[in-house]
Design a protein. Structure first.
Length: 452
C-alpha cells in the first residue's frame, strides 16, 4: 500500500475550484456529452447474477496467510532532492483459524488480541529510483534490474529463493508431466531484439540468467526480466524508475504468496488445501507485469485438479469498492453479486470498452460483490480457470470453494477498520513504514545497502 499524502486545506481548496468549474457554461456543455456513472437508484442488478451463499457445515481451512507490501520514496541526500531511492517492505502474516474462533466469542477485537495473531516475516528492499548509480560503467536500467534480481535472490521463509519460485512458476515445475521448455521474453533489455526464447535447459542456475541469443549482444538476461519492468526504465536518458514502483510492489506481493504455496506443496501433499491466502487488492498482475497472469492461471488450473487452492483478493478502495457501497441495499445478507462485462462497463468503468473482456490481459480471477450475513460489503476476487470468457457469463460454480472461503472471510471481519479484514489490516499495520523508521534511518539503511 503506497502512502498517500493528504492535506485538508488542499482538499478544501480544490473543492471550491471544482464548483466554480462546473458552473462554467463550456464545461457544462462538455460534461453533457460525457458518460459518467449513474446514481445509486438507477443501478439495476440483474437477478440472474445474484446468488445466495450457504456456508458449509465443516470448515476445512485451518490457517490464513496474508501478504502485504509497502513502499516509500525518499531523497538520498537532502541537498540532492533529485536523487531518489524507494524503500520497500513486504510481510507475510500467518493466522491460525482456532485463534480467530477465540476472538469471535468477544464482541470487540482489541489491538492486544491482534498482537497475539501476529507472526509476520518482514523483508526489506531498496530500489534506486532516480539518479542513483550503484557501480561505475553500468547503465541505470541494469542497476535497477540487478537490484530486483538481488532482492529476489534472498531466501524467503525457509530454504529457497523467490528466483527459484519464479523459475518453478514459468517453467511449470509443479507439474511433472509439463512439457514447458521455454519462455518467450518480450525483448532483450540490452539490444531490444523482440521475442527472445529463454530455454529452460540453457539457464545458468548460479545466477538464474541467460545470455542473449542475438550475435553481438550476448549480454546477460535475468529471470526477473520476465516481469518486463525494465521496459519502463530508460537506459541512460532519464535515470528514473518511479514508474515501476507500484507494479513491482504488487507483483512481489503475488510472488511471496506463490512462494508460500510452493513451500506448502513441497512439505506435504494436501497441506495447501488447509490454507486460505488473502491478498490485498485484486488477484491480477498490472502494468508491464500483466503477462504473469498466464503462468499463474496455469498453476491454478493444475492445482485445482489435485488440490484445492483457496485464494482471495480483497479490494479496499477504488471504483469497485465505491460501487459496492452504492448498491449495498440492493443485496440481501449472505448474497453474492457476480460482476459481468455488461455491469462493469455500464456502471463502474464507463467508456467505450463494451466489446472487451474485463481484465483479459491481467486477471486470473473472477470479481464479485459479497454482502455478508452481518451486512458488510466486500469486493473480492477468486481464481477462475476460464478468465477469457468468465466475464461474459459468470457462474457461481466457476469460483471454486467460494462458500467456504466466504465463511472464513466472515470470520476475519475487522471491527477496527470499516470493511477491512483482520489479516490485511494487521499486515498493513505491522509492516507500515510510517509507523516505524524515520527517513533518517531509511537513509542510513539505504547507504549501507548501497555500500557507501
Ligand atoms: Zn540482446
Amino acid at each position: 500500500m503506497s502512502s498517500e499524502y493528504t492535506n485538508n486545506s488542499f482538499e478544501q481548496g480544490s473543492r471550491i475550484s471544482h464548483s466554480y468549474i462546473i458552473n462554467d457554461e463550456e464545461v457544462k456543455q462538455y460534461l453533457n456529452n460525457c458518460e459518467i456513472p449513474v446514481e445509486a437508484e438507477d443501478v439495476e442488478l440483474n437477478d440472474a447474477l445474484k446468488c445466495d451463499i450457504v456456508y458449509p457445515e465443516k470448515n476445512t481451512i485451518e490457517f490464513i496467510v496474508a501478504v502485504d507490501g509497502e513502499s516509500t520514496t525518499i531523497p538520498v541526500k537532502k541537498s540532492f532532492p533529485s536523487s531518489l531511492i524507494t524503500f520497500f517492505q513486504f510481510g507475510s502474516l500467518l493466522i491460525k483459524g482456532s485463534d480467530l474462533d477465540e476472538m469471535e466469542k468477544k464482541p470487540f477485537v482489541s489491538p492486544s488480541d491482534i498482537n497475539k495473531l501476529k507472526k509476520i516475516e518482514r523483508e526489506k528492499f531498496v530500489l534506486p529510483t532516480k539518479n542513483v548509480a550503484l557501480k561505475k560503467d553500468i547503465d541505470f536500467r541494469t542497476t535497477v534490474r540487478e537490484a530486483i534480481q538481488e532482492f529476489y535472490k534472498k531466501k524467503h521463509s525457509g530454504k529457497t529463493s523467490i528466483l527459484e519460485t519464479l523459475y518453478w512458476l514459468i517453467f511449470e515445475q509443479y507439474n511433472p508431466t509439463s512439457a514447458k521448455s521455454n519462455y518467450k521474453l518480450s525483448q532483450c533489455p540490452h539490444c531490444g531484439t523482440n521475442n527472445i526464447l529463454l530455454e529452460k535447459d540453457k539457464m545458468d542456475f548460479k545466477n538464474y540468467s541467460w545470455k542473449c541469443t542475438k550475435i553481438n549482444c550476448e549480454k546477460e538476461i535475468l529471470i526477473t526480466d520476465v516481469l518486463r519492468l525494465f521496459e519502463k526504465v530508460d537506459k541512460v536518458e532519464n535515470a528514473d524508475a518511479s514508474g515501476i514502483i507500484t507494479y513491482l510492489e504488487k507483483a512481489t506481493e503475488s510472488f511471496f504468496m506463490i512462494h508460500t504455496i510452493k513451500s506448502l506443496i513441497e512439505i506435504q501433499d494436501g497441506l495447501v488445501d488447509r490454507f486460505l491466502f488473502v491478498k490485498d487488492g485484486p488477484l491480477s498482475f498490472g502494468g508491464e507485469t500483466a503477462n504473469m497472469h498466464k503462468p499463474m492461471q496455469a498453476l491454478i488450473t493444475y492445482l485445482n485438479q489435485n488440490n484445492r487452492i483457496n485464494l482471495v483478493g480483497v479490494e479496499t478502495s477504488g471504483a469497485f469498492v465505491d460501487h459496492a457501497r452504492q448498491i449495498k441495499d440492493k443485496l440481501d445478507p449472505g448474497q453474492v453479486f457476480l460482476l459481468n462485462n455488461e455491469h462493469i462497463y455500464t456502471y463502474i468503468q464507463v467508456g467505450n470498452h463494451k466489446e472487451q473482456q474485463y481484465g483479459s490481459t491481467s486477471y486470473y480471477s473472477g470479481k464479485f460483490i459479497y454482502k455478508s450475513f452481518d451486512k458488510r460489503v466486500y469486493v473480492l476476487t477468486i481464481p477462475v480457470e476460464n478468465h477469457n470468457t468468465y466475464y461474459n457469463q459468470p457462474e457461481i460454480d466457476d469460483l471454486k470453494n467460494i462458500q467456504e472461503i466466504l465463511m472464513n472471510i466472515d470470520k476475519l471481519r475487522c471491527d477496527i477498520y470499516e470493511n477491512a479484514l483482520i489479516p490485511v489490516a494487521v499486515a498493513n499495520k505491522l509492516i507500515s513504514l510510517t509507523n516505524h523508521p524515520s527517513s533518517n534511518i531509511l537513509e542510513r539503511f539505504a547507504k549501507k545497502s548501497m555500500g557507501r
